[in-house]
Ligand binder design. Structure first.
Ligand code: FAD
Length: 440
C-alpha cells in the first residue's frame, strides 16, 4: 500500500480515551480463498453501515480491515454526531448544483443524524450520549455579528429555530470561556464513537456479515466478471466491492484512488475528570458539544464523567518534530480558551486522518469504467453521521434500490484528482498559514 503520510500517521494511537472505554474486539485474519457477493474494504462507520444494509437485504457480505474494524477515524474521532460533511457553503452548493440539490443535501445532513439516532435506538447501543444539538461559539465580536445575521438563513436551511446566546448569557448557560456569544442548533448529539462502532460491529456480525482484521487489501483486480482481492493470508472473489477506506486510503489500492482524496490530520486531547468546583471556576459546566468560529476550528465538550475533550485540525506532517509542535499547539490553545484549567492533567492525546476531496463534497457512488466497484468517502471531518448515512445509501443504490433518504446526485459525481500527486498536502500549507492569521 502506497500512502502519502509518514509511517507514524498509520500507527495505532497509544493513548486514545475511547480505547480505554471500549477496547476494540479483535477479528480474525482472513485465511485461504473466499467467495462473497460483496466485499467491503475498510471496517469503519462507512463500511459497517453499508454491510448492515446489505446483510438485511440478504446479500452475502465480507468486510476486511487492514488493522481492525474501527481502527481508523471511526474509532478515534470527537464523537460529534452532527450536521456537515461538505466544505461548500449553502450558496456555493446552489451555484454549483442548483437549488434542488442544495436543498436535498441539507435534508441529507439532517437525515444522517437521524439515521445514527435510529440505529442506536433500534439496536439498543449505549453510547454515553449527551448534548442537545450543537453550539457554535463566536471567537470574535465580528464572528458573533455573522452568527446573528445568518440566523434566519440557518433557520430556513434546516427548518429549525436556532437559539442565539448573547455573550453575557454564556456563563449562566455553563459555557464560560473566551467567547463572544454563540448559537445552538437543535440537531445532533455527542456519543462515544468506540461504543457506537462496537455496537454496530456486534449487530453486523449477528446478521451474518464476516468481519476480518489484520487483512489489508494489497491489490484489487478484475478477474472475469468478478473482483479479486489479494490479502497476505488469502484472496476474496467478489461480485462487487465497496472502498470504504476514507483518510486511510492508499494511492494504489486500487490505482483509481491515486490523488483523488486528501488526508488531513486532526488531533484530540482529553483531560482527567474535572471536579465540579473546577468547572464552576471556569464557568463551564454544560455538557453541550461546541465548536468555535475559527477557520481552523476547535471542537470541545465536557463529557458525562467530567473529562473534557478538546480537538483541532492542523497537522500536515507526521514526523516526530511536527507531532511535537502540534501537541504544543493544541495544549496552548486549550489553556488559552480555558485558562482556569491550565494545570489540569491531560491524560490522553491522539490524532487521526480525516479526508478532503477536491470538490469539497463527499463521494458515494460507482467508480467509472469499473463495473461492480464502488466507493464512499470524503466527509471533510464530519463523518460520524454522514459516513454512516452514505455507507447505507450507497449500499441501497448498489443493489438497484431507491435510496431511503435524500441522496443528491452530485454525491455520485466521480472525484477529480488533486494537483501535486503524492505531495498534495502541501496545497494546504498556505491555506493553514492564512487561516492562522485570520483566526486571531
Ligand atoms: C481526530 C478526529 C476527530 C474527528 N471528529 C469527528 C467528529 O467529532 N464528528 C464527525 O462527524 N467526524 C469526526 N471525524 C471524522 C470521522 O471520524 C470520519 O469521517 C469517519 O469516521 C470516517 O469513517 P470511515 O468508515 O469512512 O473511515 P475510517 O473509520 O477511517 O475507516 C477506514 C478503514 O479502512 C481501513 N483500510 C484502509 N486501507 C485498507 C486496505 N487497503 N485494506 C483493508 N482496510 C483498509 C483502515 O484500517 C480503516 O480502519 C474525526 C476524525 C478524526 C481523525
Amino acid at each position: 500500500m502506497r500512502r502519502i503520510y509518514e509511517d507514524a500517521a498509520y500507527r495505532t494511537p497509544q493513548s486514545c480515551w475511547w480505547r480505554d472505554t471500549a477496547p476494540p474486539e479483535d477479528q480474525p485474519q482472513l485465511e485461504d480463498d473466499h467467495r462473497t457477493e460483496v466485499a467491503i474494504i475498510g471496517g469503519g462507520f462507512t463500511g459497517l453501515n453499508a454491510a448492515l444494509v446489505l446483510a438485511k437485504a440478504g446479500v452475502e457480505t465480507t468486510v476486511i480491515d487492514a488493522e481492525q474494524p474501527g481502527w481508523g477515524a471511526s474509532g478515534r474521532n470527537g464523537g460529534f454526531c452532527c450536521l456537515g460533511g461538505s466544505k461548500l457553503g449553502s450558496r456555493l452548493l446552489a451555484q454549483r448544483f442548483g437549488n434542488d440539490q442544495r436543498n436535498a443535501w441539507h435534508r441529507a445532513e439532517r437525515a444522517a443524524v437521524d439515521h445514527v439516532d435510529a440505529l442506536l435506538a433500534e439496536h439498543q447501543i449505549d453510547v454515553d450520549r449527551h448534548s442537545d444539538g450543537e453550539t457554535l461559539l463566536a471567537h470574535t465580536p465580528g464572528a458573533m455579528r455573522d452568527i446573528e445575521n445568518g440566523a434566519d438563513q440557518t433557520a430556513a436551511t434546516y427548518g429549525v429555530t436556532p437559539e442565539i446566546i448573547p455573550k453575557e448569557h454564556l456563563r449562566q448557560r455553563g459555557l464560560g470561556g473566551a467567547f463572544h456569544g454563540g448559537v445552538t442548533l437543535p440537531i445532533g448529539f455527542a456519543l462515544n464513537p468506540a461504543r457506537y462502532h462496537a455496537g454496530l460491529a456486534r449487530v453486523v456480525r449477528s446478521k451474518g456479515v464476516r468481519l476480518y482484521g489484520q487483512t489489508p487489501a494489497q491489490a484489487i483486480t478484475r478477474s472475469g466478471a468478478s473482483w479479486r482481492i489479494t490479502t497476505p493470508g488469502g484472496t476474496i472473489s467478489a461480485d462487487k466491492v465497496i472502498l470504504a477506506t476514507n483518510g486511510y486510503s492508499a494511492e494504489d489500492v486500487p490505482d483509481w484512488l491515486r490523488a483523488r482524496y486528501l488526508p488531513v490530520q486532526s488531533s484530540i486531547i482529553v483531560t482527567r475528570p474535572i471536579t465540579r468546583s473546577e468547572q464552576v471556576r471556569q464557568g463551564w459546566t454544560s455538557l453541550q458539544m461546541c465548536y468555535d468560529s475559527r477557520i481552523l476550528l476547535h471542537y470541545f465538550r465536557l463529557m458525562p464523567d467530567g473529562r473534557f475533550l478538546f480537538g483541532m485540525r492542523g497537522g500536515l506532517r507526521a514526523t516526530p518534530r511536527a507531532e511535537a509542535a502540534l501537541s504544543r499547539k493544541i495544549r496552548a490553545d486549550f489553556r488559552t480558551l480555558f485558562p482556569e484549567w491550565r494545570d489540569v492533567e491531560i491524560t490522553h492525546e491522539w490524532s487521526g486522518l480525516v479526508c478532503l476531496m477536491r470538490s469539497l463534497t463527499p463521494f458515494a457512488g460507482p467508480v467509472p469504467d469499473e463495473p461492480g466497484l464502488y466507493a464512499a468517502m470524503g466527509y471533510h471531518g464530519n463523518g460520524v453521521a454522514m459516513g454512516s448515512y452514505l455507507g447505507a445509501r450507497l449500499a441501497e443504490t448498489m443493489m438497484g434500490h431507491t435510496p431511503t433518504g435524500p441522496f443528491p446526485a452530485f454525491l455520485s459525481k466521480p472525484p477529480a484528482r488533486f494537483p501535486l500527486g503524492s505531495l498534495r498536502r502541501l496545497i494546504l500549507a498556505p491555506a493553514y498559514a492564512a487561516a492562522t492569521l485570520f483566526d486571531r
